[in-house]
Design a binder for this molecule. Structure first.
Ligand SMILES: NC(=O)c1ccc[n+]([C@@H]2O[C@H](COP(=O)([O-])OP(=O)(O)OC[C@H]3O[C@@H](n4cnc5c(N)ncnc54)[C@H](OP(=O)(O)O)[C@@H]3O)[C@@H](O)[C@H]2O)c1
Length: 261
């Protein structure tokens, strides 16, 4: 299967390209519909995995027009190619939900612009291409590794910081990005629709951080950041399709083993 990955120099895209030996797309910043169509005609992919995005909540809020172009207009161009496509969305679509969670796919209430654009993207992509697969990802982590891009994440933050604050009430999962990449081929085979896609976590972020601190004997002081909104996903729909992620602690244990930490 020939898979085209957008955002291959990004945190997630680079690891998917590595895991699948996929074809890397060029940068699609300011790409036109014709640019996207030409790319697809050249590569003739069986599937497109679209990770390119402005993924920083603050950057989206600071430049809503750029956020809309990257996070809505560009995915719509991908969907209009008619190729089977998998597009990344976010657990932030639950950031304003009234209930405590865990949240199933239909219970959305985005509380920031990034999340509103991602939700708009999901709905409009499915209108154009009902076969498209939309993956709502959690905050992902990996170790810095030679030749691959990294970004601030839960694990590197815990390893480097002397003091960190996490909510002692908010339930939120973090997911090992290599597990995300490893499941990609199965994600391509999913029936069209929206899926919560990552680890589940019954612990609060502060409890999760305390566990990691103890597991790695880290010299980091952990404080309670106070109440924050839950971003706790129910991944039952994904499990029903046979894609099972480790829970957050098991994923962290695997990463510790993989890197001999
Ligand atoms: N990382 C996480 O923890 C996380 C959590 C939840 C959801 N997600 C979602 O997962 C996907 C991948 O995330 P990521 O962390 O890999 O993202 P990333 O590293 O921040 O960015 C991926 C790529 O997007 C491209 N890009 C940046 N600005 C762009 C723009 N204005 N127009 C078009 N392309 C642009 C860049 O590629 P070029 O430099 O080649 O243009 C960049 O390498 C995104 O959809 C993100 O919203 C990520």
């Amino acid at each position: 299967m020939r898979i085209l990955v957008t955002g291959p120099r990004g945190f997630v895209g680079a690891r998917i390209v590595q895991a699948l030996d996929a074809v890397s797309a060029p940068s699609l910043r300011d790409a036109t519909e014709d640019d996207v169509r030409r790319l697809v005609e050249e590569v003739e992919p069986d599937a497109i995995v679209h990770t390119a995005a402005i993924s920083d909540i603050g950057a989206c809020a600071a430049n809503p027009e750029a956020s809309w172009r990257a996070n809505v207009a560009l995915p719509l161009m991908i969907a209009r190619t008619g190729v089977k496509c998998v597009l990344f969305s976010t657990d932030q679509v639950y950031s304003g939900c009234a209930g405590e969670g865990p949240y199933a796919e239909e219970e959305t209430a985005p509380a920031n612009l990034y999340a509103r654009h991602k939700l708009e993207m999901e709905r409009r992509v499915l209108d154009i291409n009902p076969d498209a697969v939309l993956l709502r990802a959690t905050w992902m982590y990996d170790m810095p590794i030679y030749g691959l891009p990294n970004r601030f994440n839960f694990l590197t933050g815990m390893l480097r910081a002397r003091e960190l604050a996490f909510s002692g009430t908010a339930h939120r999962a973090v997911t090992y990005v290599r597990e995300v990449a490893a499941h990609t081929e199965r994600a391509i085979a999913l029936p069209g629709g929206v899926y919560n896609y990552g680890s589940e976590n019954g612990l609060t972020m502060l409890e999760t951080a305390r566990w990691l601190k103890d597991a790695l004997k880290l010299d980091v002081s952990l404080k309670d950041a106070g109440p924050q909104h839950n971003l706790w996903m129910d991944c039952g729909k994904l499990k029903g399709q046979g894609i099972l992620f480790e829970d957050t602690l098991a994923g962290l244990r695997q990463c510790i083993l993989d890197y001999g930490l």
